[in-house]
Design a protein around this ligand. Structure first.
Ligand code: AP5
Length: 191
């Protein structure tokens, strides 16, 4: 199974990816997680990405395309993968299309998880409160959330049409409880 989880910040991409890992035994590939690991490790890529991520803007297409291409070449991605938070721009989607052709892979589905802006903001603010002691994400505060949502609308939402035209788009209601969203995704991808 080769899937993309598409949706705004707080929609539940990471939460659902974790459940899909268990259900399908395939790895989650989260560009956000990989970039945060690079920041913690203080690699040159991490140092460059930090300020951009802290503002809620997008890291360059070139950097994230490189991350994904390398990760897809790893052994565990051969039997499938869940892309979480990538692609996020039309040029990234086009780079991924090309990458998959070169690697002889094809997507099974792109699952769009939807939720309204108030819910997304509330979830992220709650997560920041829950993790306050243990190091909340630097981009989980209300000002940055506004920008993350605007960036999603401007740069990522056009991907919905990109994948609809390819016949790959499935949309699920991310406002439902976690287990119901998971069931809807399984149904949408025919699992
Ligand atoms: P990234 O790490 O991808 O963050 P994001 O897209 O902003 O998403 P979140 O992790 O906040 O939300 P999510 O949809 O995964 O929801 P979650 O399951 O966590 O990206 C961070 C940054 O990295 C970007 O801003 C950018 O700078 C950079 N970046 C990453 N990828 C990039 C790319 N491809 N190109 C360029 N830059 C890139 O859930 C959120 C909360 O809600 C949790 O507390 C959860 O418990 C709760 N929750 C989830 N589902 C439900 C539910 N159904 N009901 C109730 N609560 C729920």
């Amino acid at each position: 199974m080769r899937l993309i989880l598409l949706g705004p910040p707080g929609a539940g991409k990471g939460t659902q990816a974790k459940l899909l890992i268990e259900a399908f035994g395939i790895p989650q590939l989260s560009t956000g997680d990989i970039l945060r690991a690079a920041i913690r490790a203080r690699t040159p890529m991490g140092l460059e990405a930090k300020a951009v991520m802290d503002r809620g803007d997008l890291v360059s297409d070139e950097v994230v395309n490189g991350i994904v291409s390398e990760r897809l070449d790893q052994e565990d991605a051969r039997k499938g993968f869940i892309l979480d938070g990538y692609p996020r721009t039309i040029p990234q989607a086009e780079a991924l299309d090309q990458m998959l052709v070169e690697k002889g892979m094809a997507l099974d589905a792109v699952v769009e998880i939807t939720a309204d802006a108030d819910t997304l903001t509330r979830r992220i603010v709650n997560r920041a409160k829950e993790n306050a002691g243990a190091g909340a994400r630097a981009d989980d505060n209300e000002d940055v959330i506004r920008n993350r949502l605007a960036v999603y609308r401007e740069q990522t939402a056009p991907l919905v049409e990109h994948y609809r035209q390819k016949g790959l788009l499935r949309t699920v209601d991310g406002m439902a409880p976690v287990e119901q969203v998971a069931a809807a995704i399984s149904k949408a991808v025919g699992a």
